[in-house]
Write a protein that binds this ligand. Structure first.
Ligand SMILES: [Zn+2]
Length: 57
């Protein structure tokens, strides 16, 4: 019943890009991958929660 077709050879994943998110507290640039923007990320240096959504806009 399901007529949805899958394209063989088409990329199975969206292109994942690293996004640079600057920590608002210590200005360290952290890399967040574009498929993980919904997750909570913390600064690698000071553990401040990063505002990834703000970096995207
Ligand atoms: Zn920081």
């Amino acid at each position: 019943m399901n007529t949805t077709q899958h394209c063989p050879g088409h990329e199975p994943f969206k292109s994942i890009q690293p996004i640079e998110v600057t920590c608002s507290k210590c200005n360290t640039v952290n890399e967040v991958f574009s498929d993980e923007v919904e997750k909570t990320h913390t600064c690698s240096k000071c553990k401040e929660v990063l505002d990834v959504k703000k970096a995207l806009s």
